[in-house]
Design a protein around this ligand. Structure first.
Ligand code: SF4
Ligand code: SF4
Length: 389
């Protein structure tokens, strides 16, 4: 084994919840890797990819803390790079601005820390791999560098949610939901996550390993850490080992290591910085995507046909401008000869929501099945945000 090529995973313990506290943690974690200047250069457009999959307040355990994202953005912009931040929600209802407000990320952006990018609006590009074609956000593919900001938590399907899984949010729209419907189980889903990770390779992964509902009480019970490495697979390996998870069941890490995308053996990874002491219990926050039993049935095809979302056109609001035709990556939106209202060919549609996000008159809207409403209820946080606007 070539010792010089062993990846380093750096760990910084911190004990506060403010942006300043996070900044100290991020700076310490980066210092063990050299500096952030090793990974990003002045003048680059750097995309930060946090975990904003659900419309829950940042820091609650499901999603990235805005303070964390702001702290990383500050470090990157200090190098002289432009910072953009984006993620595609698992299920997006209504206005993305409301979603960002709930997640707390809008405030951070308005304070000038970074620019938010709407993956649905910026469109996607087809990337054909051996197994399937993925439509990945253009904002991600066109960035000069991507920094991956996962939030450590468990995942019902893949056992563990770390840096590799976080790349799933680079698929705009309900493509993610379609993939969950298509797979037969966690192993296949892990392969999909590794596929996407093989296309979107972050220059740096900085994980937020903090307890659920980070506050002074939870901090007094356990540690909060920032964990960083240029090797995402190494970070996932270290974190899942610390949580004492059965490594043979963490297929994302195994498959990515086998594909040569990083190092997946703890013995081959150098740790730097603070000792990492995760008990596991404070991270026992599963993804809120439905109940395990329901998802299992869905995978077996019982519920699956009833789980759908689709975009539709309201002819009364349509001006016939044609913007949606240009936005659609699969040419699923067509304007029949002799008409001025587009039609959608659902056989071609990949549910990326680009037409909807770009329609100037809101003539394109989302339809969803009852099963989707049951599985992904609109959170009270989201309702509050919507009533504010
Ligand atoms: S973008 Fe909207 S308004 Fe323009 S053609 Fe499409 S549906 Fe009609
Ligand atoms: S019709 Fe086109 S733009 Fe609209 S969701 Fe389907 S693939 Fe995306």
């Amino acid at each position: 084994m070539d010792f010089l090529r062993l990846p380093t995973v750096s760990v910084a313990h911190f004990d506060g919840c403010t942006t300043h506290d996070y900044q100290a943690g991020v700076e310490a974690a980066l210092s063990y890797l050299g500096s952030i200047g090793r990974f990003v250069k002045p003048g680059q457009r750097v995309l930060l990819k946090p975990d904003l999959m659900y419309d829950y307040p940042g820091g609650c355990g499901y999603t990235s803390s805005p303070q964390f994202v702001a702290a990383v953005a500050r470090a990157v912009s200090d190098v002289g790079a432009a910072v953009i931040v984006g993620d595609s929600p698992f299920v997006l209802r209504g206005n993305i601005t409301d979603f960002w407000r709930v997640a707390g990320i809008l405030d951070a952006a308005e304070q000038g820390h970074f620019e938010l990018v709407n993956f649905e609006m910026s469109g996607s590009q087809a990337v054909a791999l051996e197994t399937r074609v993925y439509y990945i956000s253009r904002a991600v593919l066109e960035a000069d560098a991507v920094i991956n900001l996962p939030r450590l938590k468990y995942d019902r399907w893949t056992g563990f949610a770390g840096g590799i899984r976080n790349m799933l949010g680079t698929l705009p729209g309900f493509q993610k939901g379609r993939l969950y419907k298509e797979v037969s189980g966690g192993r296949e889903l892990a392969d999909i996550m590794v596929d996407i990770f093989s296309v979107v390779r972050p220059v740096l992964t900085i994980a937020e390993a903090v307890p659920v509902n980070l506050d002074e009480t939870s901090l007094s019970r356990g540690g909060a850490y920032i964990v960083a490495s240029s090797d995402t697979v190494a970070i996932d390996t270290v974190l899942s080992e610390m949580l004492r998870l059965d490594q043979t069941k963490i297929h994302t890490t195994r498959a990515a290591a086998d594909a040569g995308l990083g190092i997946g053996w703890a013995e081959a990874i150098r740790l730097a910085g603070s000792p990492l002491n995760l008990t596991g219990n404070e991270f026992r926050q599963h993804s809120p995507v439905g109940r395990k039993a329901v998802l299992r049935k869905m995978a077996r095809g019982i519920v699956e046909p009833y789980v759908w979302m689709k975009s539709s056109v309201n002819g009364d609001l349509c001006s016939g401008c044609g913007t949606c035709l240009d936005s659609c990556p699969t040419k699923a939106i067509q304007m029949p000869v002799g008409t001025s209202t587009p039609r959608i060919n659902y056989n071609l549609c990949i549910c990326c929501w680009a037409g909807l996000a770009n329609c100037p008159t809101q003539a394109i809207y989302l339809e969803e099945s009852r099963a989707v409403r049951k599985l992904f209820p609109v959170s009270s946080h989201s309702r509050d945000a919507t009533s504010i606007s």
